[in-house]
Write a protein of this length. Structure first.
Length: 129
């Protein structure tokens, strides 16, 4: 079901973004460290769609799966250049806190939608709430 796949991919992307934010915060005092950011969710989906997936040539073959990080690109945060400190560090803790809160809210929303979808499928199959 594509809904569950999309929600799962969104949560994977949010997890990767949270990891990059945590690395930025951990390196907030490292001289010449440049803040990093993950490519957008749309870019990740496009990269996964355009990357040739494994093809099953026989019904006896096991279905392949994509690596969790397929389509994710970690790059330098372009918005951080304006706030580079004297020691060359471009991490602004306030911006990272806002991004972390955004990730948290989006993850909560994706998990809630995933749970509601599961409840709807369960209701459709069993008829029991």
């Amino acid at each position: 079901m594509s809904f569950f796949s999309l929600a799962s991919r969104k949560m994977e992307w949010l997890g990767a973004r949270q990891k990059v934010i945590a690395e930025n915060v951990a390196n907030a005092d490292t001289p010449n460290y440049r803040a990093q950011e993950v490519s957008s969710f749309g870019e990740m989906l496009e990269a996964r769609a355009s990357a040739g997936a494994l093809v099953r040539t026989s019904a006896n073959h096991i279905q392949g799966s994509e690596p969790m990080t397929a389509g994710l690109e970690v790059k330098e945060d372009e918005g951080a250049w304006a706030s580079t400190s004297i020691d060359g560090n471009s991490v602004v803790l306030e911006q990272q806190a806002i991004k972390a809160n955004d990730v948290s809210e989006n993850y909560r929303l994706a998990a809630s939608l995933y749970r509601k979808g599961y409840e709807l499928v369960t209701l459709a199959v069993t008829g029991i709430r």
